[in-house]
Ligand binder design. Structure first.
Ligand code: GLA
Length: 394
């Protein structure tokens, strides 16, 4: 479903559920990170792109005859046929159902800015796979923030919007994430990747319009769960490395400096730091490679990124490794330039850079071999770089 079809579907569901047409429709995309993994919370670079998979909300003010509805937000989750209500009288806190916390967190962020949030009736649906490492939660957060903007007529700076959404993830979902996911969902531009310097928060568009290549997203369909503690542990290890090496963050460390300071780090923390420092360099080089359409070079950097995430950072898993091995076997001759796990890890998706003319054959081969190796059906799709959050109607 493209964004227009999805928006119409959500509008029709709103109509069915609430008995009238929605006044606003807003959308925010998920993302795939081409390279630059676990670098965002180390002040490094990331290179994500927004994908043509979206969280969409259709909304209206509640009818004025229902007095009780004037102080609450009602959200109807179309896919799961489930309803959540959020009381606007008191400061917004965590609550049930669990998914409503992404929305609650964003609304609380607006409350903290002194913004009055209107009562709303909302219908919601997302085509970003859940738990697939494609930032379904960031899409939901940024979508919510965009709805508040539409409904109040007050837009906020997109960087602040991304930070507000990130805080929702920290405080209401318990994941101490970096800033990549919310940034790309808020600031993505059609036809472009986004090179984000997570230290300065400066962004640079990197056009990805060569029709001879495509990005394939391969979902292992092994669920990833970042609130399990592994993510927070990696983050703490990076902070420990920076402290012991005497730098503000690993962004300030070179491979030489790391080697010199090796004695000050445990073996594990040394490997974590080696990943981050190498990955920051690879990301900058990959952005150059994309600008020059040097696809073989970008592909090699992707493979190197995967190996480092697997061996040094230890956030891959057997299924992600299986996909990358299959892609490597298909190789350059078969149209694959490079492949790597993408997102937080421990399951979720791989991203592959492939020749556009070979997309179908590669998709079939990866699906068949992955099934044979793991017994699991992968979900595979390609996406052009999509636009960030948009007000579709209103
Ligand atoms: C998750 C986080 C991001 C980033 C990635 C790893 O997606 O939300 O901030 O740290 O993991 O690169």
């Amino acid at each position: 479903m493209n964004l227009q079809e999805l928006s119409s579907h959500v509008a029709a569901e709103f109509q069915k559920h609430y008995g009238r047409a929605p006044r606003w429709i807003v959308a925010a995309p998920g993302r795939v990170n081409v390279i630059g993994e676990h670098t965002d919370y180390n002040d490094g670079f990331v290179l994500p792109m927004a994908i043509e998979r979206y969280a969409v909300m259709a909304a209206d003010l509640p009818p004025s005859q229902f007095a009780s509805a004037q102080t609450q937000i009602t959200i109807f989750d179309i896919h799961f046929d489930e309803k959540a209500t959020i009381d606007l009288i008191a400061p917004i806190t965590k609550g049930l159902p669990k998914w409503s916390n992404y929305i609650r967190g964003v609304l609380a962020g607006f409350q903290n800015r002194g913004q009055t949030i209107p009562a709303l009736d909302i219908a919601f649906m997302s085509t970003v796979p859940l738990g697939g490492g494609l930032s379904s939660s960031a899409a939901l957060e940024v979508c919510t923030a965009t709805l508040v903007e539409a409904a109040t007529g007050k837009t906020i700076d997109p960087v602040e919007k991304a930070l507000l959404a990130q805080k929702a993830e920290h405080d209401f979902a318990g994941v101490p994430c970096g800033i990549m996911d919310q940034f790309i969902s808020a600031l993505g531009r059609e036809g472009n990747l986004l090179l984000l310097d997570c230290r300065t928060r400066k962004t640079e568009l990197v056009p990805m319009s060569d029709p001879s290549v495509a990005l394939l997203v391969i979902n292992t369909n092994v669920k990833h769960e970042l609130s399990g503690g592994e993510y927070a542990e990696r983050r703490a290890q990076c902070e420990e490395a920076a402290k012991n090496l005497g730098v503000k963050s690993l962004r300030d460390c070179t491979p030489e400096k790391l080697e010199q300071g090796r004695g000050k780090l445990s073996e594990v923390v040394f490997r974590r730091a080696r990943h981050v420092i190498g990955e920051i360099e690879r990301t900058v080089h990959a952005a150059e490679g994309i600008r020059e359409s040097n696809w073989p070079s970008v592909g090699q950097l992707m493979y190197a990124s995967h190996a480092s995430l697997r061996d040094d950072y230890e956030v891959s898993c057997a299924e992600l490794d299986a996909v990358v091995e299959i892609a490597e076997d298909i190789g350059y001759q078969g149209g694959v330039y490079g492949c790597r796990m993408t997102g937080g890890g421990f399951g979720g998706c791989c991203v592959a850079l492939v020749k556009a003319s070979d997309v179908d054959a590669i998709t079939q081969q990866i699906a068949a071999e992955y099934k044979a190796k793991t017994g699991i059906d992968a979900t595979i799709f390609s996406s052009r770089p999509a636009a960030g959050a948009t007000i579709v109607k209103g």
